[in-house]
Design a protein around this ligand. Structure first.
Ligand SMILES: Cc1cc2nc3c(=O)[nH]c(=O)nc-3n(C[C@H](O)[C@H](O)[C@H](O)COP(=O)(O)O)c2cc1C
Length: 739
């Protein structure tokens, strides 16, 4: 609901939001430029200013002060009118005053799109839409990160989602203020609220008799500080009575030239003061720094409109159509889906189709649709992601509340499959909650809860085999989530390890592939000569011939060096690892990049502890290679045999020598008195504790089993500090990349 409330006005008003944002950003610079050109002397009265100006401009008609402090004098001389910018300290001309035509043009576009009343109404509605977008966007952001207190925490999601949320996080306060003040000003334009404008003060019927005093001696002008002045209109010859008109930020009145008394003064009402403040907060006039900040935030509006539209489009694309979705009453199997960004629906569709091929009638719906009618479902499959900080995704939010009112039938059984990301401290938490709640409500668990990390197609296929056994049908589930465009790579060189141990491991270095020899002129002309952007720790998705399913390998290099490096161990029967191990220099592959921004050392001088085993060294070696700032970095790595599979040995020795690596601790398991990396950590517990206690960050890369043992070891090491891995994870100080 909240998402619709955000997306719908966003899509409808996107173009106008972009225009208003851009023009607002341009206008925001004006108060700062005005302020730059203005000199603002303190303690000068309006009487002093008028006296100084009159010395240089005997024909002065009007003196204006802009909110930023510039003084503009309108005068006539030799029958000609003119306007100058004047130095308030001397009353001398600084420059002719030329009203900024372009700026006025942009202001008109910003206010009314040059369409008078209709245009003002359109910009007013856009301001309201921006208000709604800012509030709903803020609430979505809070939900995304898992609570108000987590607002500063690293953002997750695909590239467009992260960019959208990141800019929104920076700009939302400014956009909210601009939208709120803009809506108020629009409402005032259409007299829906008052702008506090009041009638002119009563013009005096008569003034004191006697000759006019010099401006410098007029008491009302002496009592008015220059900082409060808006405008002083000098007596017009021939007007009776001839008086000064004085307008200040506090009120308006007239000044008797014969005795300097203030006549008919009318102070501004509270409503007017409120309007003036709102005007100032919207335009930044008189508050140039706020104007610039608001302008920067306004620049975010076009960006948010574009990335928001992309995110919406991606979400729509991920929503699959379900062929032959049976009615609930006649279904043999029911699939309920909990999803925030719709990717889980793709997996659900594959299961739906697979079960139908097995001859079942299948009903698939969102988890929120769960109601007492579902109690009769014989076989209930729940596929759900987790969102925020271990929370329910949008289409599963109401499930647990609805579950309380549903009585399971006598044959009812369930299977829960969770989708999540191990980078989160609460990995698949909602799936755990749903699984436990169903069991506690009397449903029979047909299969243990299974969890899928980062939409792994292989894990899903494996789970499908288990479901097939349960149902007594073969179930082949092949779902590949949409992936980014692939790039052609050419193998530059390879370094082989592990041959002695019969555990072949290879470090492969690729470059951007040149266009094929038979490519046409156009293809050669526009062929990409560089690798796409990536950083060490991101993932390369490689699609082996004969399989649509990509396999992911952590990157050991970043694109700055124009080389893409991965480290691959040959898996028995592995389709992709076998293919990669068979590659010879000069051969080509297709790969895409999947950013993994969560798995990177954070910037700063705190120590970084890198822990890995086997090919998990790949990204860790990349981090060390990039440590040109020589921040303290400690590597704990486990292999089998130093003679055979000491991956990156020469490079690591070089990094130690040039201090990119502070210490190297290795653990080899297939030697006499062999140890594993977690044993090394425990041996070095005192040192580890000190490093973590001093703000250190831990990055772990390797197999799932190794990561679990390392977690256990670190918990043990940290126990005396009353600290644990979970707390470090919540603070972004413990990150894993496991496979
Ligand atoms: C903002 C955000 C928060 C997430 N929070 C969690 C989490 O707390 N635990 C978890 O295991 N996965 C978390 N994930 C990962 C998603 O559950 C995972 O990517 C899932 O496949 C998304 O499926 P969906 O597109 O159907 O929502 C989060 C993802 C995002 C974008």
């Amino acid at each position: 609901m909240l998402r619709q409330l955000h997306a719908l006005p966003g899509l409808i008003s996107a173009l106008l939001v972009m225009l208003i944002g851009l023009t607002g950003a341009v206008l925001s610079v004006d108060p700062a430029l005005d302020r730059l050109g203005a000199s603002v002397p303190a303690g000068v009265s309006v009487a002093q200013l008028a006296d100084r100006v009159l010395r240089h401009y005997p024909g002065v008609e009007q003196i204006q002060r802009s909110p930023s402090g510039s003084i503009i004098v309108y005068y006539s001389a030799d029958g000609q009118s003119g306007a100058d910018l004047v130095d308030p300290a001397s009353g001398q001309r600084r420059a002719p005053y030329v009203p900024p035509v372009t700026l006025r043009w942009i202001k008109e576009l910003h206010r009314s799109l040059f369409l008078d009343t209709a245009g003002s109404a359109a910009t007013g509605i856009t301001a309201l839409a921006m208000l709604l977008l800012s509030v709903s966007g803020l609430l979505l952001l809070v939900k995304r990160v898992g609570g108000w207190r987590q607002l500063a925490r690293p953002l997750h999601g695909n590239r467009s989602q992260r960019w959208h949320a990141q800019v929104a996080r920076l700009a939302v306060a400014g956009l909210l203020l601009s939208a709120l003040t803009g809506s108020y000003m629009s409402a005032a334009t259409f007299s829906l609220v008052s702008d506090g404008a009041q009638e002119e003060p009563d013009f005096p019927a008569a003034t004191a008799s006697g000759p006019p005093l010099p401006a410098a001696r007029l008491t009302a002008l002496l009592a008015t500080d220059l900082g409060d002045l808006r405008e002083l209109v000098l007596p017009v010859p021939g007007n009776q009575p001839a008086v000064y008109t004085l307008r200040t930020v506090h009120g308006d009145g007239y000044v008797d030239p014969a005795n300097g008394a203030l006549l008919g003064y009318r102070p501004h009402s509270g409503v007017r003061d409120v309007y003036d403040l709102i005007y100032q907060l919207h335009t930044g006039e008189g508050l140039w720094w706020l104007g610039l900040l608001l302008g920067l935030c306004a620049l975010g509006a076009p960006w948010l409109a574009v990335t928001g539209a992309i995110v919406w489009w991606q979400r729509q694309r991920a929503k699959p159509r379900l062929p032959g979705n049976s009615a609930l009453a006649s279904a043999d199997a029911v699939i309920l889906v909990g999803s925030e960004n719709n990717s889980t629906w793709g997996f659900a569709r594959e299961l739906h189709v697979g079960l139908r091929h097995a001859g079942l009638r299948v009903h698939t719906a969102a988890m929120n649709r769960f109601s007492p009618r579902y109690g009769a479902a014989r076989q209930l499959f729940i596929l759900t992601s987790t969102y925020g900080d271990g929370d329910a995704p949008a289409s599963g939010k109401q499930f647990l509340a609805h579950l309380k009112g549903v009585k399971p039938g006598p044959d009812a059984s369930f299977v829960v499959l969770g989708f999540g990301d191990r980078q989160f401290p609460k990995f698949c938490q909602f799936a755990h909650d749903v699984d436990a709640a169903l069991a506690a409500s009397g449903w029979r668990r047909a299969l243990d809860l299974a969890l899928i990390d980062r939409q792994s197609s292989q894990d899903f296929a494996r789970w499908g085999l288990g479901v097939g056994k349960l149902l007594g049908h073969e179930l082949v589930l092949e779902h590949t989530p949409a992936h980014p465009r692939t790039h052609a790579l050419q193998l530059l060189e390879r370094h082989d390890y592990g041959l002695l141990e019969q555990e072949p491991t290879v470090v492969l270095r690729f470059v951007a592939a040149p266009p094929p020899a038979d490519a046409g002129w156009l293809a050669r002309r526009f062929a990409r000569r560089h690798l796409p952007h990536f950083e060490a720790g991101d993932l390369a998705g490689i699609i082996p011939p004969g399989s649509p399913v990509p396999r992911f390998y952590s990157l050991a290099s970043d694109s700055r060096h124009d080389v893409l490096e991965i480290c691959v161990r040959k898996q028995p029967g592995g389709v992709c690892s076998g293919y990669l191990h068979g590659l010879r220099p000069g051969e080509r592959i297709e790969a895409f990049i999947q950013p993994n921004p969560q798995f990177r050392p954070s910037s700063g001088k705190a120590p970084v502890i890198l822990i890995g085993a086997g090919t998990g060294i790949g990204p860790l070696a990349g981090f060390i290679r990039n440590n040109t700032g020589r921040h303290p970095m400690f590597l704990y790595w486990g292999g089998r045999d130093p003679e055979s599979d000491f991956l990156y040995e020469p490079e690591l020795r070089n990094y130690l020598a040039d201090r990119r690596l502070t210490q190297l601790h290795t653990a080899f398991s297939r030697v006499k008195d062999g140890v594993r990396v977690q044993n090394r950590l425990l041996e070095d517990a005192e040192h580890m504790r000190r490093l973590i206690d001093s703000g250190g960050q831990v990055l772990v890369c390797g197999s799932r089993a190794m990561a679990a043992s390392v977690r256990q070891a670190i918990d043990e090491i940290l126990a005396p500090l009353k600290l644990d891995v979970r707390t470090l994870q919540e603070n972004g100080r413990y990150r894993e990349d496991v496979f």
